[in-house]
Write a protein that binds this ligand. Structure first.
Ligand code: MLT
Length: 324
């Protein structure tokens, strides 16, 4: 047997294995790691998508809440997982952008992950416990100024979206309050409802159901426009705090070296889910805006992710926000 024949046979076998595994993919349940607690917005976004994707992919999708270090434990686990499409990472602006500027991560956010799809984004809402002595944003800021460091704000950990948005709020309002870290804003909002903490600069998707239930109070949306699904909440600009514009976008990734065929299968299933009327309605109700179809591709997520890192790392480093 010649040397070139052996090499050609090995190469053919590898091609066969790769296309065979793409044809049989997914061959078992897919695990998606979220870095935050169950019931919070990351968990909810993935559950809405998974309800549709498990039908198109023909497999169960299990969401594992691997909390810690503001989501970077979960991302690290996906990076170290086999690149076979059965372990994925759901995350957002803070887990996949901000964390790289504040934690010494054992992975590279751009080169150790393979992008699948850009997912919806949502602004924050400044919310408080019902008993806070303020009925609008100006009164809330006046209360904070009158009580420096005596008011508490829940976050999903140092560098999480809620923390960075809270720091931005403090800078623009010249106020000081104490950040209380949680394993996600799911448990933080439970404590807000119970009056254990005073406020959260929270993702709309987390707060809106409780605002509607009347268990917490909403002051302003951190966007230029009001939310279509909650038009009664004014924007920060309308409420006397112009410029506090913060939005959290979500994305879905696989480990690097995942085959193109598997990425395409996952990308198609995600794009299908984002076009589904029930999924769109559920996201819309939570204030989550679905990106345009041409922005949902792996290539668009890759370009957007890189641009976000280039934009935010200098800002976050200059703000001196530190990890745990
Ligand atoms: C969560 O799922 O708890 C949030 O995405 C945390 C955050 O706002 O960063």
């Amino acid at each position: 047997m010649t040397k070139s024949f052996v090499i050609a046979s090995i190469a053919a076998a590898l091609v066969d294995t790769s296309s065979a595994s793409a044809q049989t993919y997914p061959s078992r349940p897919i695990t998606v790691l979220s870095g935050f607690a169950a019931g919070g917005p990351t968990d909810v976004v993935m559950r809405i998508l998974a309800d549709r994707m498990r039908t198109t992919l023909g497999q169960q999708i299990v969401i594992e809440n691997a909390t810690g270090a503001s989501g970077s434990i979960a991302v690290g686990r996906v990076v170290r997982s086999p690149a076979d499409g059965h372990t994925l990472s759901i995350g957002h602006w803070s887990t996949h952008v901000v964390n790289g500027a504040i934690y010494p991560l054992p992975y590279d956010m751009l080169t150790d992950l393979a992008p699948i799809a850009l997912l919806p984004s949502n602004p924050m809402i400044v919310v408080s416990k019902k008993a806070a002595p303020a009925s609008n944003l100006k009164e809330l800021i006046a209360w904070l100024k009158a009580n420096p460091n005596r008011v508490s704000a829940g976050t999903a950990g140092p560098g999480s979206g809620t923390h960075v948005a809270g720091v931005y709020f403090q800078r623009l309002t010249d106020t000081q309050f104490t950040f209380i870290p949680y394993r996600g804003t799911g448990p933080a909002i439970q404590d807000l409802m119970a009056g254990q903490i005073d406020l959260i600069v929270d993702q709309a998707a987390n707060s809106l159901p409780q605002v509607r239930n009347g268990t917490i109070r909403a002051y302003a949306v951190t966007a230029k426009q009001r939310l279509a699904s909650a038009p009664e909440i004014p924007t920060v600009d309308e409420s006397g705090l112009p410029g506090l514009h913060v939005s959290t976008w979500y994305g879905l990734w696989a480990p690097k070296n995942t085959s193109r065929a598997v990425i395409e299968r996952l990308s198609a299933a995600t794009i299908d889910a984002l076009a589904d009327p029930t999924v769109r309605q559920r996201f819309g109700d939570l204030g989550l805006e679905i990106p345009a179809r041409d922005q949902q591709t792996p290539e668009a997520l890759s370009a957007f992710h890189k641009a976000e890192i280039e934009k935010w790392w200098p800002i976050i480093k200059a703000a001196n926000i530190r990890g745990e």
